[in-house]
Design a protein around this ligand. Structure first.
Ligand code: GDP
Length: 445
């Protein structure tokens, strides 16, 4: 996966920082020197790295440490925020023309960057939004490009317009516009021809299309595997034909990922999507904040810290802690803890923010199933009387029947939940021992 090596290096830097109680200016400098090396090795553009480190340094030195964060965490917070800023802060969408007006999107890029594949991927996304796209085969040079677009278009259930290989791209584009007008297509996506390298002929061809067809969005497709070259290509295209946004493909591969970090800063143009695989569904919207936390490899630990501060009622949490220690908690407490969890965005949201809980690890976990189970538990508890919630031992079979009926579940579900509850209570009873309480083994935790 892209960024693996960068993530590992940054985590080492931060680990060293976190082990320190206070940070001197020298500590910060040293850490940032390592951050700089890590970014350069990830193939981030040199000028971008320099500016980035300078910005972080300026902010880190002389910054008040926020309540609840140690100085090391504070540096991570700043690096995180600056990474987000570097990638453009906001998520940018492809700009469509208002109402039913037809939007023309021109796809550009070097041969092999993933242009034809991405064209079909985007068509799928637009179709889901209720649009009626027309894909236009203007790549008359790459062998089999037309066929590839036709096959992919068919897979997406989207119409493809083609005139074979013997026409000029600009004429194909013009004819496609007429076809779209007759056919009610409200988005036209031109799959243009790439070359192996930037060359004049290619740029002229694109310019010619732009002169004869009103193109609303020019989207450049670059291959993340080509590293800094991708950034140079983006710069060239932007200067020569003007681009509105970039799609970075092959971020699923073993690339160092620097292109994704540099493109916005170098060209001033946003990344719209990232390609995460060969399948037509493997195109993801680009979220600078999510990408930053992925690069830092700590889930979204900072927002978790922030959320904890915002949402949790500390008095309630403390009281709950006491009850847990004494193994005194009942179904009312169960409800309360579920409510706290919901406030924080639910099970999947909390899990995804945990450090180390990346998507690969979460694959086996069905969060929807987990949320469903939680909702069911809640329904069962709400069907109990307050007396039953506080004194679970009075739950006899007739009470359980009534509760099951009230919650709309089978009685076996009620039994299962009560059993789980008793088991966790038993576990809680052991906790004081494990934590070195009376009779426990000291120092185990
Ligand atoms: P074009 O010459 O720019 O039109 O490139 P293609 O669309 O033919 O893509 C070139 C190769 O890259 C094909 O084998 C695609 O399947 C592959 N490809 C495109 N996008 C991605 C991606 O995001 N991830 C991976 N792993 N492969 C991709």
């Amino acid at each position: 996966m892209a960024f693996d090596s960068l993530t590992e290096k940054l985590q080492n830097v931060f680990k060293n920082l976190r082990s320190k109680g206070r940070l001197t200016e020298e500590d910060v400098k040293l850490a940032l020197r390592e951050v700089k090396m890590a970014l350069l090795e990830a193939d981030v553009n040199f000028k971008v790295v320099k500016g980035f480190v300078k910005d972080v340094q300026e902010r880190a030195v002389g910054q008040d440490v926020m309540n609840g964060l140690n100085p090391g965490q504070m540096v991570i917070k700043i690096v995180n925020e600056e990474l987000i800023r570097l990638m453009g802060s906001e998520t940018t969408e492809i700009q469509l023309q208002p109402g039913q007006a037809t939007t023309v999107i021109m796809m550009a890029g070097l041969q092999g960057a993933g242009k034809t594949t991405t064209t079909a991927k985007i068509a799928g996304k637009l179709k889901l939004k209720g649009k009626k796209p027309l894909l236009v085969a203007c790549d008359v040079y790459r062998p089999a490009a037309i066929k590839q677009l036709q096959v992919n278009g068919e897979k997406q259930g989207v119409e493809v317009f083609s005139m074979g290989e013997n026409h000029k791209p600009v004429n194909i584009a013009k004819a496609a516009m007429e076809h779209a007008a007759k056919n009610g297509n409200n988005v036209v996506i031109l799959d243009t021809a790439g070359r192996l390298h930037i060359d004049e002929e290619m740029m002229e061809e694109l310019q010619e299309i732009k002169e004869h067809v009103e193109v609303h969005q020019t989207i450049l497709v670059v291959d993340a595997m080509t590293g800094q070259d991708a950034v140079n290509v983006a710069n060239d295209f932007n200067q020569k034909i003007g681009i509105d946004g970039v799609i970075v493909t092959k971020l699923d591969g073993d690339t160092r990922g620097g292109a994704a970090l540099s493109i916005r800063a170098v060209t001033g143009k946003p990344i719209l999507y990232v390609g995460m695989g060969e399948k037509l569904s493997d195109l993801e919207q680009f979220y600078p904040d999510r990408m930053a936390s992925r690069i830092l490899g700590m889930g979204d630990v900072l927002s978790l810290i922030e959320k904890v501060g915002e949402d949790i009622d500390e008095d309630k949490a403390r009281e709950m802690g006491k009850k847990i220690k004494k193994a005194q908690f009942d179904f009312e407490d169960y409800l309360e803890s579920m409510n706290q969890m919901k406030k924080m965005g639910g099970l999947s949201s909390i899990l995804s923010m945990m450090p180390g809980m990346n998507m690969a690890q979460m694959k086996g976990f069905d969060s929807e199933e987990g949320e469903k189970k939680m909702a069911q538990m809640e329904a069962i508890i709400y069907s109990m009387t307050v007396k039953e919630r506080r004194n679970p031992e009075i739950l006899n079979p007739s009470r359980k029947h009534r509760i099951a009926k009230g919650a709309g579940v089978d009685i076996s579900e009620v039994n299962r939940m009560i059993k789980q509850f008793e088991q966790s209570k038993k576990m809680m009873k052991q906790l004081p021992n494990l934590m070195g309480g009376k009779g426990g083994k000291k120092g185990r935790f």
